[in-house]
Design a protein around this ligand. Structure first.
Ligand code: FEO
Length: 410
């Protein structure tokens, strides 16, 4: 049985969190390894003559959602359902809620959200749907609900809701993260510290392809005064931000912009028989001599790290070193896949040094160069050796690392 949280967040207005901890999911979106799991958060706001539900849970947990919801309200009494984003991890249990509600509630969302709900669940679900305009305000239960579109966070349908009188921002994917935090909010610093790397991993794997829109949308929320005024952020995944809501906005902005942490160099390589590893060890030694802190991911005949973890480590790295074997006149398949995902999901302006090893012909280096040249990454140099690195190769690798570091200090 999954853990279900029904927590009263505020007394006035009467606000509840409905959270389920999904510890069964292994690959989010059937792609991203998340042994840490994820939570789905919905919220219920009771306002006198109005009962407002904000999003829902994944379809797999429909039964649990209805049971939890029914402890707070008879589903028939829900007057409004705000649909911030229709990806089924938030909308999957809505059809059942609406069925039990007798389709009385008015759904509120973007025009795109309406289209997607119809496509996913049939037209009846979206029969009573109010399409918002960006910045539109509605009075519900005596409160002012402001709806702001934030396209591509994470789909074109996405919006946030800001309850003006109470400074509450409901964000769905916005300000969310992976993992199952031990608490519900940011009150405990230890919980927050453990959680934040999973936020970076979430941003890159889920929203990373559109990361420029993170910066743009945060700028939009800043201009509207939302970031300054918000008292509480209520996302669709992970922790609620009530002690320091600004912190998660700033974190999102930093990940979106790829702001580096001083001294962090990400090193990713494969090594089939130890030759690439030999070259990488020289580079690591040179990095350490200069006081840098390499974070290393390696693919060998004994290990294969989760690609989603590698992606999550890119935004705050200063630079990358990629090591690859030439494999059947191409890049080693593991590194090829990682590289493909890096330029798709974590395409930042960061310098890259490429190291490689080959047997009968060096191809991986050229192939990597071609991929890097088409991305925002900045290729510093490619150094390949036949088999193990010779003394001359070692000199070239050390020089290559120095060039990489010079690029950082320009
Ligand atoms: Fe959490 Fe894009 O859904």
């Amino acid at each position: 049985m999954p853990k279900v949280w029904i927590e009263r967040i505020l007394n006035e207005p009467e606000l509840y969190l409905l959270r389920v901890d999904d510890d069964q999911v292994k690959y989010f979106e059937a792609a991203w390894e998340i042994p840490e799991g994820i939570t789905y958060n919905a919220y219920l706001l009771k306002l006198g003559n109005a009962v407002v539900l904000f999003d829902a849970w994944k379809k797999d947990y429909t039964e649990e959602f209805i049971e939890a919801l029914s402890k707070l309200v008879d589903p028939k009494e829900i007057t409004h359902i705000i649909v911030h984003h229709t990806e089924p991890d938030h909308s999957g249990s809505l059809p059942k809620v609406l069925e039990l509600n007798g389709y009385r509630a008015q759904l509120i969302g973007t025009g795109f959200a309406k289209k997607l709900l119809e496509a996913f669940y049939g037209s009846k679900v979206a029969e009573n749907f109010h399409i918002i305009k960006d910045g539109e305000e509605m009075k519900i239960g005596g409160k002012t609900f402001r709806f702001i579109t934030v396209p591509w966070l994470h789909w074109p349908d996405t919006m946030i809701t800001y309850v003006v009188e109470d400074g509450l921002m409901f964000g769905c994917d916005v300000c969310g993260g992976y993992s199952i935090p031990e608490g519900i909010d940011d009150i405990n610093e230890e919980v927050v510290q453990k959680y934040l790397p999973y936020v970076a991993k979430y941003i890159v794997t889920v929203i990373g392809h559109y990361h420029k829109y993170i910066v743009q949308n945060m700028e939009k929320l800043k201009k509207l005064g939302i970031i300054e005024e918000t008292r509480m952020i209520l996302p669709g995944h992970g922790l609620i931000w009530r002690k320091n809501p600004k912190r998660i906005f700033e974190y999102y902005e930093a990940v979106g912009a790829g702001i580096p942490k001083k001294g962090k160099i990400l090193v990713i390589y494969d090594s089939m028989y130890g030759f690439v590893e030999g070259a990488i060890k020289i580079a690591l030694d040179e990095l350490k001599k200069h006081g840098y802190n390499p974070v290393v991911y390696k693919f060998t005949d004994r290990e294969a790290p989760p690609v989603s973890d590698i992606l999550g480590d890119i935004p705050d790295s200063e630079a990358l070193i990629i090591g690859a074997s030439t494999y059947e006149a191409n890049i080693h398949p593991r590194v090829r896949y990682v590289l493909y995902e890096i330029v798709d999901k974590a395409n930042y302006e960061k310098p890259v040094l490429v190291l490689g090893s080959y047997g009968w012909g060096g191809v991986a280096g050229k192939e990597i160069e071609t991929i890097i040249m088409k991305s925002k990454f900045d290729l510093v140099e490619t150094i390949e050796a036949r088999g193990r690195a010779t003394k001359e190769d070692e000199r070239r690798i050390r020089e290559g690392v120095k060039k990489l570091l010079e690029r950082l200090n320009k």
